[in-house]
Ligand binder design. Sequence first.
Ligand SMILES: [Zn+2]
Ligand SMILES: [Zn+2]
Ligand SMILES: [Zn+2]
Length: 446
Amino acid sequence: MIKRLNRADYDRWASQIRATGGCRQPIHLRGKVDHYDQATGQLLHRYTTKHEPDGVLRVPCKTRRASRCPACAETYRADTYHLIRAGLIGGKGVPDTVTGHPTLFVTLTAPSFGTVHTRREHNGKVQPCHARRNAETCPHGHVMSCTERHSKDDPRLGEPLCPDCYDYTGSVLFNALAPLLWKRFADSVRRHLAKTGGLALKNLRHHLTLSFAKVAEYQRRGVVHFHAVIRLDGPDGPATTPPTWATADALTQAVQHAAQAVSATAPAHDDQPERTLRWGSQLDIRPITLNGDLTEQAVAGYIAKYATKAAECVGTLDRRINPLDNLEAFNLRDHARRLITTCMHLGALDELAELRLADWAHMLGFRGHFSTRSRRYSTTLGQLRAAREHHARDTDITTGRLPLFEEDTVLVISEWEYAGKGHSFGDALLAAALTGTRLERSPYEL
Ligand SMILES: [Zn+2]
Ligand SMILES: [Zn+2]
Ligand SMILES: [Zn+2]
């Protein structure tokens, strides 16, 4: 720390750190950007990291995962919030007539893979977990009953009453097939809507667009749920009106039908037959209205919150697992460890190679995107980022770092290379102080 503070280029270092917005693990880039006059070939301006502190430019890591970098995840969360919200009430290039389009908030769940400890409240009172009179005793000697009223942070929540009875294979196969199930679900909704409108499926897009934004949420038991905003637009997206027959009721029926109709099959493996997986029977469909019980703010906030979370809330690791890793050393709870070892075991089988379960063991088998939107939903994260970068570039120009050129007369040639990431111990402390962020881990782990 003292060394950094005493360096002549401390101010420049501090301004780089401020520009990363408190990123915990900034990427270090080495390189240069040259601006040439296209007509004469004359070098007009050169920016090089040679004169930057330590010869590198530090840029934010841009992760969406709060467990890795709270500051960048917060940026991602806020961007996600604004784009979900724009899809509901307009803004950011989406006309506000979109509020008149039929829109539902839909939650698709996973089926049960065995009884787990749960916490339910009724009229503000916590209910017993699984109180069963004459409860059965399983072949492993566990009584299938639990009369405890679990507290919110009880680590047993989501864990099976009997781990040996729990269907770990089913759980990781469901996660692995969930993206395919979602795709089939969306296709089925389109087919059902086409039927409602008396159209051939291939003509549906000339009348109607199914727009959606969805997010995956891990439940404590280690399976994914999907929460989705599903909206009906006209043929050219949110600026066009859907046909009159395409109502919220028609969409509700299509969603109900599709959630039951679709399935995905995992091939036979080991001594197990092939297996068909479907959505769970719990299906929640709620209309989103400007002044109803489910407001657009609530929905946008909800989706944005889950967009920055991954499986670590289940107690797994937030990075890839190497087959040679000693899982004992990570101090995982039994449930998370069994889910991971099931992925590693199934991932080694030729029959299931396509599911790449070993690569995604830390995600408990799920290899889909956490937060996705259909092309027409609203603005994109890329556009929001570009707007922010454009703003940053304007600031650089006004503060004299970048010369102002007519864009189409200048040839810009950039050369960048990765030169590491993160902070030293002392830098991490200084960066936290400069940006008002907290050091959540021990600096020795940074
Ligand atoms: Zn970051
Ligand atoms: Zn319990
Ligand atoms: Zn058992």
